[in-house]
Design a protein around this ligand. Structure first.
Ligand SMILES: *[C@@H]1O[C@H](CO)[C@@H](O)[C@H](O)[C@H]1NC(C)=O
Ligand SMILES: *[C@@H]1O[C@H](CO)[C@@H](O)[C@H](O)[C@H]1NC(C)=O
Ligand SMILES: *[C@@H]1O[C@H](CO)[C@@H](O)[C@H](O)[C@H]1NC(C)=O
Length: 413
């Protein structure tokens, strides 16, 4: 909006980019499309495909998980993704499930068990940990509108979990791993959540322009909408590194306002958001390699059946259709003139707008989910899975692994 804001946003965006290695990976829930548990072989197949995708514009050798607990386990058995990661040399962004619970003891216990079982083969591969996933979204105005029964966690609860985690691993190998939290972009711009930002080493943002109804969310505008939300997040988090923890466009499913799912639109989104803005520039966990939620009509997978031949050509073009959002950041270094650029650049104008207006019209909010469960659920606003997930979470709220497992189904669409 104002040049000073633009420049500050641009500067912290550069800082964000520079302060973390630019990991590339996908998201991976604890369960398969039939709601059964994933085991080591399932994770290994995913990780192997991710690293061998034809035409990939980088090495997709990282993965984001939603829980440390193996699905079906009644105790603190570590998720078998850890062994699969060790055997495929995959970097791990760990997740601690934080909604619908008053403690993270089982998550911590599972992680400690993994550390004592696998040692540095495990800990050396852990690049980050997220305490929670979209918990703030689920208790936001939009989140509750989409799912009044959605289980989330308040900012003070998240902060206490973050502190619990740090205390549990202080002085150990995992004590050096940067701690973050993943949420929708308009959760980060909501000032009431600031204490969470202050408690973190990095911030994870989930962004789905597809679901930004009422904002001109056709594929041709997706890059612009993405940039607005990303820039608003960067501007809100005071220089903390921003990782993009979920983003993608469905290849099949219902239209969402002006957004149309198709393979060619999924490819366009890959190019205009992934290639132009994210890959090898910002730590990125794409949504997604495979679909796992049978209830969701929208499918986001980039491959069928874990084939290494994707549904569309993954190679990156050299020119893009999205107006240059990064003009303001690249010109930051040249001070004076850059402010003018910043003001006129589409994304910088909207940064201000979104920052002030987010809560009410947030598209990403609509996207997510609700299930009181893990992950994004991008689709759940109209999705029967939303309700199913909420019911599941209630039913199994005593069993965190099951809760997380049920959530992941919804999350993975
Ligand atoms: C394992 O992955 C890490 C991080 O990508 C890399 O630095 C290392 O060289 C890899 N090791 C092997 C044996 O491939
Ligand atoms: C802002 O965050 C608070 C705390 O998480 C939440 O209660 C509130 O509903 C949020 N505001 C909006 C507009 O969603
Ligand atoms: C998917 O892969 C599995 C295992 O390789 C195979 O049994 C199945 O036939 C494949 N399904 C399709 C639709 O290609």
């Amino acid at each position: 909006m104002r040049p000073t804001n633009t420049l500050a946003a641009a500067a912290s965006m550069l800082a964000a980019g520079a302060s973390a290695q630019n990991y590339l990976g996908f998201n991976s829930g604890a369960t398969l499309a039939d709601r059964s548990a994933k085991f080591k072989a399932d994770f290994k197949a995913e990780f192997t495909t991710a690293q061998n995708l034809e035409g990939a514009p980088g090495n997709f050798n990282a993965v984001r998980l939603y829980t440390n607990i193996q699905a079906y386990a009644q105790d603190d058995t570590p998720i078998e993704a850890f062994e699969a990661a060790i055997e495929t040399n995959t970097s791990l962004l760990l997740g601690v499930w934080a909604s619908g619970t008053d403690n993270i003891d089982r998550e911590i216990a599972a992680l400690k068990r993994a550390v004592s079982t696998f040692g540095t083969k495990f800990t050396d591969r852990v690049i980050g940990i997220s305490i929670g996933s979209e918990d703030l979204y689920r208790i936001s105005v939009t989140g509750l509108k989409n799912d009044p029964k959605g289980l989330g966690a308040s900012p003070d609860v998240l902060v206490s979990f973050i502190n619990d985690f740090k205390k549990a691993f202080s002085g150990t190998a995992l004590g050096k791993v940067p701690v973050g939290h993943v949420d929708t972009w308009d959760s980060w711009t909501n000032g009431t959540n600031k204490a969470v930002i202050d408690a973190l080493d990095w911030v994870g943002v989930d962004e789905y322009p597809y679901y930004e109804n009422g904002k001109g969310n056709d594929i041709g505008n997706a890059g612009v909408l993405f940039d607005k939300a990303f820039d608003a997040t960067v501007a809100a988090v005071g220089g903390k590194p921003v990782w993009v923890t979920e983003t993608g466009w469905p290849y099949v499913g219902e239209n969402w306002d002006k957004a149309v799912p198709s393979v060619s639109n999924a490819q366009k989104y890959w190019q205009e958001v992934g290639c132009r803005k994210l890959f090898n520039k910002v730590p990125t966990f794409w949504y997604n390699l495979r679909d796992s939620n049978p209830d969701n009509t929208m499918k986001f997978a980039i491959t069928k059946n874990l084939s290494t031949k994707p549904m569309f050509d993954l190679t990156c073009p050299t020119t893009f259709d999205t107006p240059s959002a990064s003009a303001s950041s690249t010109s930051t270094a040249t001070a004076g003139s850059s402010s003018a650029t910043g003001v006129s650049a589409p994304s910088s104008t909207s940064t201000g707008t979104t920052t002030t207006g987010t809560g009410t019209d947030s598209g990403t909010g609509t996207t997510s989910g609700s299930t009181g469960t893990t992950g994004t659920t991008t689709s759940s606003a109209t999705n029967p899975a939303k309700t199913a997930g909420a019911e599941l979470s209630k039913t199994f709220s005593a069993g965190l692994a099951l809760l997380a497992g049920a959530g992941v189904v919804v999350a993975l669409l």
